[in-house]
Design a binder for this molecule. Structure first.
Ligand SMILES: Nc1ncnc2c1ncn2[C@@H]1O[C@H](COP(=O)(O)OP(=O)(O)OP(=O)(O)O)[C@@H](O)[C@H]1O
Length: 411
């Protein structure tokens, strides 16, 4: 008899953590009672992040003991493969998989799907999915997590949120001040090549990024997207000694990393999802002007006015005094994205910003990015594995994965 495999759809309102914890702790919600005395584990981005932190802190390897590479330095596809093998080696009765296909390129998604296809015969699988496209054909039970309530669906409802388009009305607020950078070219990579030990990762990358451009950066897992971005932001020392110019300076000369960071807005979901401080929504937004997380001094009148305009734009003015901590995932992402935009930095990097968002929240997020690209002089680099419906970049830079190092193509 085939096992009971669940697809549970989640959205911004879903109280995912308490649902997951109740199953794992054996206080099973209705419908999951038979898992009470079973052994189960969670497969999620958070679990991976915790393992990475632990490996870092103890300078050891927790999973993947047979490999020399640390979990941290692996691509997302490699990390998820390692986590799945590790969990399977613990002989679970069931696994809860929280948006397992996020952050994976198409082929890695396919590979993970094939692996899960094998696993389904021996382990019960419970998927929590924010995108309905991610459902696997062997799922035979369906539900929706509405707040803390589980609504059972008789059969998979095709009438999903997919296709939902939310367009933001209203104007992008003006920049609070201007940055003193007037050159047309912001970033220039000439024949940039990178190796980690003996492993070539990038080969002869030539890429010119101009003021006001809106770029999408694509490439399979492990093709070197993060490597390029971290060289630009100054976090990766591989940029030094290369023919890489950022804001008119050759990498390693001129500006300090701190000065560079002031000109770059950086948004990645892990910043938001890890953030646990207790600040109001309004202060979180204003702190984008002061380069701090949260606000520790009284905002000026100009700062408060600007925050109001942004909060009205993203329809969150009514939530201004709420704690950031209590917002839904989609709302937090919007606030943090607006926070990265508020000072109109010369460069805005959005690194897989829609991962884990439900279809409606992703559409709202994309609408904000498109609008900002149109109305501002900021250069945007948007990294995503999914084809985001409605995203309107000017250009796409594609990294073509190869054992001799990824090459780049402008599409
Ligand atoms: N510090 C490091 N040491 C060794 N190898 C590394 C290190 N950092 C990255 N790598 C390797 O370099 C390659 C490129 O990694 P990178 O993270 O830049 O790719 P990516 O395109 O961002 O991947 P993903 O889409 O999965 O995030 C991968 O094979 C990765 O394992």
């Amino acid at each position: 008899m085939s096992k009971k495999h669940w697809a549970i759809f989640t959205d911004n309102s879903s109280k995912k953590s308490s649902f997951i914890q109740s199953i794992l702790k054996g206080v099973s919600p209705q419908g999951f009672e038979q898992l009470k005395d079973s052994k189960g584990y969670l497969f999620s981005k958070r679990v991976l992040e915790k393992l990475i932190d632990e490996e870092d802190r103890h300078d050891t390897k927790i999973i993947n003991l047979d490999r020399t590479q640390s979990l941290k330095s692996m691509s997302s596809g490699e990390q998820k493969k390692a986590l799945l093998s590790h969990l399977i080696s613990l002989s679970p009765d069931y696994l809860i998989l929280d948006n397992p296909f996020d952050n994976l390129d198409f082929e890695s998604q396919q590979r993970l799907k094939e692996e899960l296809e094998e696993v389904q015969y021996s382990v019960q699988l419970i998927f929590l999915l924010s995108r309905r496209k991610d459902i696997l054909p062997f799922c035979n039970h369906f539900a929706k997590l509405d707040g803390s309530s589980l609504i059972f669906l008789d059969e998979y409802e095709k009438s999903s949120q997919a296709g939902t388009r939310t367009i933001l009305s209203g104007k992008i607020p003006a920049p609070p001040y201007s940055f003193d950078y007037d050159e047309e070219v912001l970033i220039q990579l000439n024949n940039v090549s990178v190796k980690y030990l003996d492993q070539p990762v990038l080969k002869n990358i030539n890429w010119t990024i101009r003021k006001g451009d809106f770029w999408e950066l694509k490439g399979k897992n492990g093709s070197g997207k993060t490597t390029i971005l971290s060289m630009i932001t100054g976090e990766n020392p591989k940029g030094y000694g290369q023919d890489l110019h950022i804001f008119g300076h050759k990498k390693g000369s001129g500006e300090s990393v701190w000065e560079l960071k002031k000109k770059i807005g950086y948004f990645t979901p892990s910043i938001t999802d890890k953030f646990t401080g207790y600040h109001s929504v309004e202060n979180m937004l204003i702190s984008g002007l002061t380069d701090s997380i949260g606000l520790y001094v009284r905002p000026t009148e100009i700062q408060s006015r600007l925050a109001k305009e942004w909060l009205q734009l993203i329809h969150m003015w009514d939530l201004r005094n709420h704690l950031f901590h209590d917002l839904s995932l989609g709302q937090k992402r919007l606030v943090m994205c607006a926070r990265a935009m508020i000072k109109h930095p010369p460069l805005l990097i959005l690194d897989e910003p829609t991962a884990s968002l439900d279809d409606a929240s992703a559409a709202l997020f994309v609408s904000l990015v498109n609008k900002f690209a149109e109305a501002s002089e900021t250069t945007i680099i948007f990294v995503s594995h999914r084809i985001e419906p409605g995203l309107t970049p000017d250009y796409t830079y594609q990294l073509n994965l190869s054992p001799t190092g990824s090459t780049g193509t402008i599409l």
